[in-house]
Design a protein around this ligand. Sequence first.
Ligand code: ZN
Length: 193
Amino acid sequence: MLPGVRPLNGALSRQGQPVYSPGEEIFNRGVSGQGRQVAGMEEGDRQHPAPTAPPGRPHGEKLQLLLRRSQEAKHSAYCPYSRFPVGAALLTAGGEIFSGCNVENACYSLGVCAERTAILKAISEGHTSFRAMAIASDMGDNFIVPCGACRQMMREFGTDWDIYLTKADGTYIVKRLEELLPLSFGPEDLKKV
Ligand SMILES: [Zn+2]
């Protein structure tokens, strides 16, 4: 738990299903670059200083930019079949952001997710070390989560980075990649035989 951040236990979706595990941190978008804001706080409430993010985790304006870029990327989605636009924004170790959207095809199996689009763009520009990814969709009641294929694609580049899962209103939860894909298989495993 981050100092100054309180868990909001007991939140339920409209279906009555818990939308996060007990003790999970839920954040609203920060305001004016002041860092993350806890859901339920009044906008403009400045009584509590912005909590300090763990080392390596984006915070403040950088985090807000990452979240915004994922929302913006969603508007470029080519999804005439699913009508389920998704945007992703990938933060490199050097601080650059690459965004991506889902791109579908009449041959359905050729469709590519937003997360993989962002990764492919970053890799093709010479970046292989990543700090975080934010993912956005139009779902209002649920945090968007990456599919299994994207989790494996992310894992290729390490398990120790953060995935920001958002709702349409910008509320988000943060998961380490190793939480999203436990007991994973990666490039180092190929060297074990
Ligand atoms: Zn995917």
